[in-house]
Design a protein around this ligand. Structure first.
Ligand SMILES: [Zn+2]
Length: 75
């Protein structure tokens, strides 16, 4: 999605013109967001993804323990 060009400033202090909701700083390669609130949205999205991955890993560990480790230990 193309937005109205707007000057954004990266955390490192580098300013440049952004036309997309997320751009990359040329100086430090950090993501710079067009709207400040998008930054939080992206952060929540990645936290959600990490949470799902952790839940899957926990579930797989539980399944592994129940189906493989417990029968082996009690055999
Ligand atoms: Zn930067």
């Amino acid at each position: 999605m193309i937005l109205t060009p707007k000057t954004v400033t990266c955390r490192c202090g580098h300013s440049f013109t952004a036309e997309r909701d997320r751009s990359w700083c040329e100086k430090c390669c950090e993501a710079v967001y067009y709207n400040e609130k998008d930054k939080n949205r992206h952060r929540y999205n990645s936290m959600y993804v990490v949470g799902v991955i952790l839940a899957v890993i926990t579930f797989l560990t539980y399944v592994f323990m129940e189906l493989i480790a417990v029968p082996l230990l009690s055999a």
